[in-house]
Design a protein around this ligand. Structure first.
Ligand SMILES: Cc1cc2nc3c(=O)[nH]c(=O)nc-3n(C[C@H](O)[C@H](O)[C@H](O)COP(=O)(O)O)c2cc1C
Length: 194
């Protein structure tokens, strides 16, 4: 069992995957982690859609956009590297109290629960919301706002946290096509330490 920090260091964004399905039980455990996440006033405004049939996953994959910092030839998963499941996260605006902090906490729990089984993920906001709702059969549910989707699968690459160089935040690939993800140093983000 790694320390929590080692776990969080490796719980990164993954964008290329092995052609090996994620077990249904793992996906449902990730959903359960999201379902029980903390939320403002315990209002529980989030709803989910699970996509794991290969045909529907392939359709979803056409409606998401990968790695804006990289040329598509580098950032998009090729055939055989695509995710094997997606989870869509909706905000139910028919309920009071919708807020993005709740969505962020649920996404954090969902992706951590998946990573506990070695399942990597990519939270995706650059998506075709209208087409995804249609694919999911939810286009007539006007009060359901598609917040994001999470692509899931067993990673086919590594991702390393690296020191930031000259204030540059974009991730990049190294010679092994592994992701390098610069993070700002503690000295920059810790504003007060009394
Ligand atoms: C709200 C949110 C939306 C994101 N949308 C996308 C996306 O549409 N496509 C993509 O490839 N990555 C997306 N990402 C992944 C980020 O690019 C990634 O988290 C960031 O580069 C830092 O990498 P890390 O997660 O490994 O720390 C998103 C992440 C978050 C939190």
């Amino acid at each position: 069992m790694p320390s929590i920090l080692e776990f969080l260091r490796t719980r990164r964004t993954y964008r290329r995957f092995l052609p090996k399905p994620v077990p249904d039980a793992v996906l449902r455990e990730a959903l359960e982690a999201a379902r029980i996440a903390s939320c403002g006033s315990n209002r529980q405004t989030l709803k989910y859609a699970l996509v794991q049939s290969p045909a529907a996953v392939a359709e979803m994959n056409r409606l998401v956009r990968w790695a804006a910092y990289l040329p598509p030839a580098q950032g998009y998963p090729k055939a055989g590297e695509t995710p094997t499941a997606f989870i869509a996260v909706f905000q139910d605006e028919s309920l009071p109290g919708v807020n993005d902090t709740d969505a962020g906490l649920a996404l954090g729990s969902l992706t951590a629960a998946a990573w506990a089984y070695g399942v990597g993920s990519c939270i995706m906001g650059n998506i075709d919301r209208a087409q995804i709702k249609t694919l999911l059969g939810l286009s007539d549910r006007e009060r359901l706002r598609l917040h994001s989707v999470v692509a899931l699968g067993y990673p086919a690459h590594q991702s390393h946290l690296v020191p930031m160089r000259e204030g540059s935040t974009p991730y990049y690939l190294d010679e092994n096509r592994d992701y390098c993800v610069p993070k700002r140093p503690m000295s920059e983000v810790l504003l007060a330490d009394l």
